[in-house]
Design a binder for this molecule. Sequence first.
Ligand SMILES: Nc1ncnc2c1ncn2[C@@H]1O[C@H](COP(=O)(O)OP(=O)(O)OP(=O)(O)O)[C@@H](O)[C@H]1O
Length: 311
Amino acid sequence: MSNSGIAVSFKNVRKEYKDVKALQGVSFDVEQGAFFGLLGPNGAGKSTLINSMSGLVIPTSGSIEVMGADVQSEFRKTRRALGLVPQELISDPFFSIRELLELQSGYFGLKGSTQTRWIDELLERLALADKAKANANTNQLSGGMKRRVLIAMALVHRPQVIVLDEPTAGVDVDLRRTLWEFTKELHKQGHTIILTTHYLEEAEALCDRVAIIQKGQLKALDSTEALLSKHPFRYLKVRVEKHSPELPEALTSRLVDQDAGGLTFKVEKETSMSQMLGWLHASGLQVADISSRDATLEEVFLDLTAEGAAA
Ligand SMILES: Nc1ncnc2c1ncn2[C@@H]1O[C@H](COP(=O)(O)OP(=O)(O)OP(=O)(O)O)[C@@H](O)[C@H]1O
């Protein structure tokens, strides 16, 4: 086991599917104990990267280490250190939820009363404990229930690194809350969490570090805090009593939203507030209120991944 403090290390990972370059040399580390967000637009290569960690996808070149062990040459070690919750929903006509979890435990050589207690806890925490549910045949379950089963299966061997591939896509509020509470608790206990999601608000609230990939390349890698504070824009919301018929170019070029609550301007941080106030004053707008905020992760993400954004 590694003492380096690195949970996962991607080293120049490339993956080509015929003429599709899904990953074009991706290198970065995820520290042990991190709550790490892997973000990117559709088709960026997130699932390819994640599935390469678990050996489901074999990279064309490059390597990946999980807890200091190589995914290709030390597969048993890395498989044990990793719990992957995939996107697809399973259904198995032959087994109940409990049987599936017991089978999965057996695969890792885990049995006995400690393991039975952990299975009970998983069933309880993921609201699968209901006797009927735990013994139900898995193809009788709803989509949300199947997702809970996938999570339980990924956690059955108490992996050090837990990877969640869009865990909240299409799930109801109840499961979303259950899932985040449980994940936060596992993180507190020291597990490393790697998450892909299209819900950037979720990523901003949960992840202490974020990688953004686009077209198979790493576009940004930083702490969530630094990504937000380094962003060169802030947003000014201006509530007006009276709208002027025409705004000067300095304001129209910065106007990004307009609704009943007022006008929202995206302003370079280097533009001073007094400069902005000067433009507002000169425009003849009757300003009732102004509030300023930093960009959200979603706004930073959209700027970084916009077509033509500098790499
Ligand atoms: N088995 C495959 N065969 C051919 N091309 C593939 C295969 N798997 C993925 N791709 C292609 O590789 C690229 C990256 O796909 P990937 O699923 O990793 O993206 P993603 O970031 O997970 O997207 P999403 O957010 O939509 O899940 C896409 O262009 C995709 O079409």
